[in-house]
Ligand binder design. Structure first.
Ligand SMILES: *Cc1c(COP(=O)(O)O)cnc(C)c1O
Length: 491
């Protein structure tokens, strides 16, 4: 039965139910979704419903068939890729925004926190003084926006407004061979072309070789390229390596090229005193990105891009004027003091900071309140504790591996990733052996790392970033690799 009351009725009875289902999910006692896909597909699937099921029956299906067949990703033992479940406060703040401030625009407390949380993160991660940010849907879009700013700046120096007139020259972006492939996709989307991205070789540790970069820049300097950006990694996705940020930044300045630092994963690493010195050179960046939905434990859909001057973003991404906005607002101008109580009498008086002109999204959720809540809940101290714990876990895995005759560390950990593998001298194809070990770990579902290739070796790659991922997961993961490796090689 269609239940009109429930469609826009009180939330709390339903939130209580959903909360119970979700808490039950977080005990991780359910079998993997694909163990019994037919059973939930039968209930959840079917034809387009002609008549509605009603909220009560629907909620029951969600509790029984949808939520229990969610993802392995929020599990404490899931250390795959660089992704994790949201922390409790992240979920609650996100939900609050979706109800109370469905758009980030307007002069609301949520909009106020959009700016404040971006400033807090800039301070927390020691970004260059005065950098200004914008939230994005994640690191992919953040890279696109930062490189869009770089593109705008590079073309303006040769007298072209690229946002208006398009890309009319052959361009170059320089990044390390270990850079995230969203750099290449951004180049494609920005009309520069994937072939404009030059992959500079990395050393044994996965860090960009500055000498190779310098040679490339020299070789290109008398060609008619428009150099858009040099991209450095503050934590590569494969192994958490941090490029020599200062040396690369100095090269960027010397050659007059925009300096972009991709810290989607690794930027919070600066909170760990033992790796903080590696972030020296951050101060030279023209743009930096970070993903609160990785190490900060925000729900997925929250990235951030920072540049030195957002007016450049506005020139690169403004959507221009729109009829439907004419006359909607009072005379408050962009960059006025929006929260000046004398001038402003209604939250509908202004859009507030025109974030929609700094990126790709017009409609966008209130992400700032989520980041604000996460930082405010546990403070710099709590986040530092989390980052240090995860980095120490990667080093612990390396120690355990170094002390075991059948384990080998492929790359010394920098942040919270440790790439290692099981080795045996009984003529096994080691890539195949480690693939089998990993496969069995995924099926067992207790410790779920991912794999990657390091200098041609297929390795087991745990990345510890989850708020729920605690110290003991380092040990259980290594134990399971040993156990499975021993088992497979003894057959
Ligand atoms: C994860 C990651 C990205 C992509 O971010 P999404 O939020 O997944 O879009 C970009 N760069 C690096 C270094 C990353 O680790």
């Amino acid at each position: 039965m269609h239940n009109e009351k429930a469609e826009c009725g009180a939330l709390s009875p339903y939130l209580k139910k959903i909360g119970e289902y979700l808490d039950d999910y977080l005990l991780f006692k359910h079998p993997d979704a694909m163990n019994h896909a037919l059973s939930w597909q039968r209930v959840l699937g079917g034809e387009l419903p002609e008549t509605g099921l009603g909220i009560d029956a629907l909620l029951k299906d969600m509790g029984q068939y949808l939520i229990p067949n969610g993802s392995q990703i929020p599990k404490p033992g899931c250390t795959s890729f660089i992704t994790t479940g949201a922390s409790t406060i992240g979920v609650l703040a996100s939900l609050s925004g979706s109800v109370a401030a469905p758009q980030r625009l307007g002069l609301t407390a949520f909009n106020y926190l959009e700016a404040l949380s971006l400033e807090w993160m800039a301070e927390l991660f020691e970004l260059p003084q005065g950098m200004q940010g914008v939230y994005t849907s994640g690191g992919s879009t953040a890279n696109l926006i930062a490189l869009g700013a770089a593109r705008q700046a590079a073309f303006e120096t040769i007298g072209i407004d690229v946002a208006e007139d398009g890309v009319q020259k052959t361009c170059r972006i320089y990044c390390s061979a270990a850079a995230h492939r969203t750099i290449h996709r951004a180049a494609a989307a920005l009309g520069l072309g994937r072939s404009s991205v030059v992959d500079i070789p990395v050393d044994e540790q996965g860090c960009l070789c500055p000498i190779a970069l310098e040679q490339q820049l020299e070789a290109d300097s008398n060609k008619n390229f428009v150099a858009i950006a040099i991209v450095a990694n503050a934590g590569t996705t494969d192994s958490g390596s941090i490029d020599p940020l200062r040396v690369i930044g100095e090269l960027a300045h010397q050659f007059g090229i925009w300096y972009h630092i991709d810290g989607a994963y690794g930027l919070p690493g600066i909170l760990d005193p033992s790796v903080r010195p590696l972030f020296d050179g951050l101060v030279l960046a023209d743009s930096v990105i970070v993903d609160p939905h990785k190490w900060l434990g925000a729900p997925i859909g929250i990235g951030a891009a920072y540049v030195r001057n957002r007016s450049l973003l506005e020139r690169a991404f403004s959507q221009g004027s729109a009829h439907y906005l004419e006359g909607s607002f009072t005379e408050i101008k962009a960059n006025d003091d929006y929260y000046n109580h004398d001038k402003t009498t209604s939250s509908m008086d202004s859009m507030g900071t025109p974030y929609s002109d700094y990126g790709l999204e017009l409609s966008a959720p209130s992400r700032g309140a989520v980041v604000w809540a996460i930082i405010r809940e546990i403070g710099k101290e709590g986040l530092t504790e989390r980052v240090c714990r995860h980095n120490a876990m990667a080093r612990k895995v390396a120690d355990l591996a170094n002390n075991h005759p059948n384990l080998e560390v492929a790359q010394k950990p920098t942040l919270s990733i440790c790439c290692f593998r099981y080795v045996s001298d009984n003529g096994f194809d080691l890539n195949e052996l480690n693939r089998q070990i990993h496969r069995q770990m995924v099926l067992n579902g207790r410790n779920i790392p991912s794999t990657t290739l390091i200098n041609g070796k297929l390795v087991i790659r745990p990345c510890f970033v989850g708020a729920r991922t605690s110290w003991k997961q380092a040990q259980t993961l290594v134990d399971e690799v040993i156990e499975l490796g021993d088992l497979i090689t003894s057959k």
